[in-house]
Design a protein around this ligand. Structure first.
Ligand SMILES: *[C@@H]1O[C@H](CO)[C@@H](O)[C@H](O)[C@H]1NC(C)=O
Ligand SMILES: *[C@@H]1O[C@H](CO)[C@@H](O)[C@H](O)[C@H]1NC(C)=O
Ligand SMILES: *[C@@H]1O[C@H](CO)[C@@H](O)[C@H](O)[C@H]1NC(C)=O
Ligand SMILES: *[C@@H]1O[C@H](CO)[C@@H](O)[C@H](O)[C@H]1NC(C)=O
Ligand SMILES: *[C@@H]1O[C@H](CO)[C@@H](O)[C@H](O)[C@H]1NC(C)=O
Ligand SMILES: *[C@@H]1O[C@H](CO)[C@@H](O)[C@H](O)[C@H]1NC(C)=O
Length: 586
């Protein structure tokens, strides 16, 4: 398919290059104002009324670069005491006029609960809503709802960052953040309460959530985000765990900016291979490999290759209107089961939890939450590290370039294993974490830089096993595969603009196999997008263009199947079908 397509776009690009382009003097697009994310099924089935709904933050974001986050105090509704069967966070935003796409986040008491990107508003009045099941952050909400805690603290508890500027584009963003609390029986669309990946590891919400984030969050210009500037840079937070903790999972949020905004399409240039160590004066040439990693007191404790969420201005902005790219509304988070390391952490002392991004260029915004489960029946839990096996990732980097044209390839393979025992009132249990990663990035540039083909694939397998002696008590296995293919041709057009034509295939496949005793359950998720179209770009701003995107989201487990299929073209939804049983497939 690749070759034939390349031949076709080569032909097209020749045709395009002999036609001149007139920049439209005024663009009045007739596009859908509502942007949507055709992914997760609703957290609760239609018609379920929350027991309480509270607007927790209302804010206009106009000129916010370099400003501290928006802050609001929180008052918990009395009629909705802890516990809750479900809590859903809702972010609704309107854009008054044209504006750039931006990255935003919401924190509850300093712990990030949502990282999101705004769509690129193509017309005044663009609006959208992001809903996220935040039941697993119940510990944060419970603490906020406790009057004795808030009385002592007396500080803003809900914060939101959305850095934007009202020039040159005039639009500003107007946002409302709400929480919906459900009590009693709640019918869900599927048995997945959140992202399937988290279902495997979180099970029950943690008892305590400790933010691993910038301590200057309320007043600093970057909010609670840590900013990672390069491959040698890690940011650390000093954390003291309760000494009766028996389980810990670190959940990391990331987004990429500046020179790394399109890291997944980066070629590997020969100049980079021959550079002196640490010299990044030739940005965007170090290839498409990145690894998010976690350290405990400087010791590597796990890594994940980030899923390449495509920002709304990337590849072709008209692909992402009105449908969001995979993960753009609710950016994926990365889980690190740190239970095997509890032996290093249960001494009541402060320990450094470090976050870094291998091969990073400026800059990445990261923050994390340490989810901790405590043993109420013990004053102190004992633990020890049994196995720590971290061979270096096998990396293979090749690059062949002649001027602008050529190709590069990066192959990476890694496997690491940790295990540790934790002796609590639940017994002396051993947790073993095994993770395997296989990554490949291939970039090909032809036709004096006019034609680019990007292929990326990442496969990860993570297994967490809990055993007592020789008896296996539980096992969670998560498989993830995320192929990305992008083909682009570019032609210079009149007035310094660039006409580009591109085609994309992107997919997130996940399967989770959970085994507890004799019971084994399997769930799979396929989230796929295919897009094709063209755009006339003036600098970074789209001037004119078209795009057609097909999105397919399918979740299946033992008892349910959920299917959503959305086709968009020219800025409007052409087809939008949902099947709560996948019946359409039969
Ligand atoms: C805009 O699109 C709608 C629905 O597709 C159509 O009914 C309407 O006539 C269009 N308006 C213009 C100005 O093209
Ligand atoms: C936010 O809430 C206010 C008050 O209910 C409402 O008038 C406004 O339209 C809402 N804005 C958004 C973006 O939902
Ligand atoms: C939050 O409450 C504190 C203490 O009552 C008060 O000083 C502060 O101004 C309030 N902040 C906001 C944003 O309302
Ligand atoms: C990496 O970033 C850190 C923090 O900004 C800086 O102190 C350090 O000098 C940088 N290292 C290199 C090699 O650029
Ligand atoms: C870094 O690399 C660039 C390009 O290869 C070179 O021009 C520059 O002198 C190098 N800088 C240092 C500090 O080595
Ligand atoms: C728990 O079991 C491990 C071996 O799996 C053992 O090394 C450790 O001493 C035991 N801890 C306690 C407190 O019994």
């Amino acid at each position: 398919m690749g070759r034939r397509y390349l031949a076709l776009i080569l032909l097209l690009s020749i045709v395009m290059s002999i036609r001149s382009f007139n920049l439209p003097t005024e663009t009045v697009p007739n596009v859908s104002l509502e942007h949507l994310d055709p992914t997760l099924p609703p957290a609760v089935a239609a018609g379920q009324i929350p027991k309480c709904s509270v607007v927790i933050l209302t804010q206009d974001f106009a000129d916010t670069f370099g400003s501290p986050p928006a802050v609001a105090n929180y008052t918990h509704p009395r009629e909705c005491p802890f516990p809750w069967t479900r809590v859903v966070l809702e972010l609704s935003v309107t854009a008054t006029d044209l504006q750039r796409d931006r990255v935003a986040a919401v924190w509850i008491d300093g712990a990030e609960v949502l990282r999101t990107t705004t769509p690129l508003p193509m017309a005044p009045g663009a609006f959208w809503t992001v809903r996220k099941d935040v039941s697993r952050y119940a510990a944060l909400l419970r603490r906020l709802g406790d009057p004795s805690y808030t009385a002592v603290r007396g500080n803003g508890a809900i914060t939101m960052m959305l850095e934007t500027s009202s020039s040159p584009l005039p639009g500003f963003y107007s946002a409302n953040v709400s929480l919906h609390f459900y009590r009693g029986a709640v019918a869900a669309t599927t048995s997945a309460t959140a992202h399937p990946n988290t279902r495997g590891l979180y099970h029950e919400p943690a008892d305590i959530i400790l933010p691993v984030s910038n301590p200057q969050g309320y007043s600093g210009s970057g909010g609670f985000w840590f900013r990672i500037n390069n491959e040698t840079h890690t940011e650390n937070a000093a954390i003291a765990l309760p000494i009766n903790a028996y389980r810990a999972i670190l959940e990391v949020f990331v987004s990429y900016h500046g020179d790394d905004e399109f890291w997944y399409t980066n070629p590997l240039r020969s100049a980079y291979l021959n550079r002196p160590v640490g010299n990044l004066s030739t940005p965007r040439t170090n290839g498409g490999f990145r690894q998010l990693f976690v350290n405990i007191d400087g010791k590597f404790a796990g890594g994940h290759i980030p899923f390449p969420v495509i920002y709304p201005r990337s590849i072709n902005p008209y692909f992402w209107s009105p449908v969001a790219a995979i993960g753009a509304f609710d950016m994926p988070t990365y889980d690190f089961d740190l239970t095997p390391f509890l032996g290093l952490l249960l001494d009541g002392q402060l320990h450094e939890i470090g976050l870094g991004v291998r091969d990073a260029q400026p800059y990445w915004l990261v923050s994390a939450n340490l989810h901790v489960w405590v043993d109420l029946w013990s004053d102190a839990v004992r633990a020890g590290l049994i196995l720590y096996n971290v061979p270096p990732i096998k990396m293979n980097r090749n690059a062949e370039w002649r001027n602008q044209d050529g190709q590069s390839e990066i192959n990476a393979e890694g496997l690491w294993r940790f295990s540790g025992w934790v002796s609590s009132s639940r017994g002396n249990l051993t947790t073993e974490v095994r993770q395997k990663v296989k990554f490949k990035s291939q970039i090909e540039v032809q036709n004096r830089g006019a034609m680019t083909q990007v292929e990326l694939n990442n496969k990860e397998r993570m297994t967490v096993e809990v055993s007592r002696g020789h008896q296996m008590l539980g096992r969670a296995q998560m498989l993830m595969e995320s192929p990305l293919q992008v083909q682009t041709t570019k032609v210079n057009a009149a007035g310094g603009s660039v006409f580009q034509k591109s085609r994309l295939f992107h997919q997130l496949f996940e399967s989770v196999i959970l085994g507890e005793g004799q019971a084994v359950t399997t769930s799979t998720l396929t989230d796929r997008q295919d897009a094709e179209g063209s755009a006339l770009m003036h600098g970074e701003e789209p001037v004119w263009g078209s795009g057609a995107t097909r999105s397919l989201y399918k979740y299946r487990d033992e008892t349910t199947c959920y299917l959503r299929s959305v086709n968009t073209a020219g800025g409007v939804v052409m087809v939008d079908t949902t099947s709560p049983s996948c019946a359409a497939e039969a």
